[in-house]
Design a binder for this molecule. Structure first.
Ligand code: ADP
Ligand code: MG
Length: 246
């Protein structure tokens, strides 16, 4: 039996005296897509950052394919090389072309030869309709195009786990669809994804499991139908009904 791709066991994160993650237990299996939902400030981004070791945890353990990556002795760079990350802001290098942006990490971190890295990148960029933008600089692309480049950059090294944090929040509404379509495609291709989102219809469509976070605690989790259509907790119902009013 192989270990889940990701396991959080009793994860606690505090900022000063504030507990932002409160004994979080969460597991993500291979090929599974898990969406974390919850109010602003509930700890969603912090949760993803602890997995990528951008925030160190105060208690508990984080296992990546069975390896304890939260062990202070574990190699942070080696762990990060196994995880693809996309944040709300696109974070592309402005002075690098699209092709360089996509290939830099695979060349530097994964030591993939330039020609091979560029061939993989071109394949993906063509597949998402940006084959004619290889030599373009990020500021010449739309927000949706930039975010799709950021996603391609995160997946070209074939990471074991993909972390997506509110990747459509900074986009104009008409550009959201093209980014969500790419994530749906990645799911179909078998990616393992832990994401946060405010797009409930998207979460319903793409997630195998939805996790509702409330003040740093997992209040409930289940299939989209269970959590979105028949939430067991009043707090979940309140959160969902507030979203519908906007
Ligand atoms: P979400 O992504 O769900 O909106 P966050 O994980 O960003 O929530 O934040 C959870 C809580 O942790 C918030 O109260 C936030 O103010 C606090 N927080 C996040 N990052 C820091 C930090 N670097 N220092 C202090 N407090 C922080
Ligand atoms: Mg956040």
């Amino acid at each position: 039996m192989t270990a889940p791709v990701l396991q959080l066991q009793g994860v606690v994160k505090r900022f000063g005296t504030t507990t932002v993650l409160d004994r979080v237990d969460l597991s993500v299996s291979r090929h599974e897509v898990v969406a974390v939902i919850g109010a602003s400030g509930s700890g969603k981004s912090t949760l993803l950052k602890t997995v990528n070791l951008l925030e160190r945890i105060d208690d508990g353990r984080i296992l990546l394919a069975g390896d304890d990556v939260s062990d202070p002795r574990a190699d942070v760079d080696a762990t990060r090389a196994r995880i693809g990350v996309v944040f709300q802001q696109f974070n592309l290098f402005p002075h690098r072309t699209v092709l360089d942006n996509v290939t830099l990490a695979s060349r530097a971190v994964h030591k993939v030869p330039r020609a091979e890295a560029e061939a993989t990148a071109e394949h993906w960029l063509q597949r998402i309709g940006l084959g004619d933008k290889l030599k373009e600089y990020p500021d010449r692309l739309s927000g949706g195009q930039q975010q799709r480049v950021a996603i391609v950059r995160a997946i070209v090294s074939d990471p074991e786990l993909l972390l997506l944090d509110e990747i459509t929040s900074a986009l104009d509404p008409q550009l959201v669809g093209e980014v969500l379509d790419l994530v749906t495609e990645l799911k179909t291709a078998g990616s393992t994804i832990l994401m946060t989102t405010h797009e409930m219809q998207f979460a319903r469509h793409v997630a195998d499991r939805i996790v509702f976070l409330q003040q740093g605690r997992i209040l409930e989790q289940g299939t989209p139908a269970e959590v979105l259509d028949a939430p067991r907790h009043a707090e979940t119902r309140q959160f969902l009904s507030r979203l519908q009013q906007h």
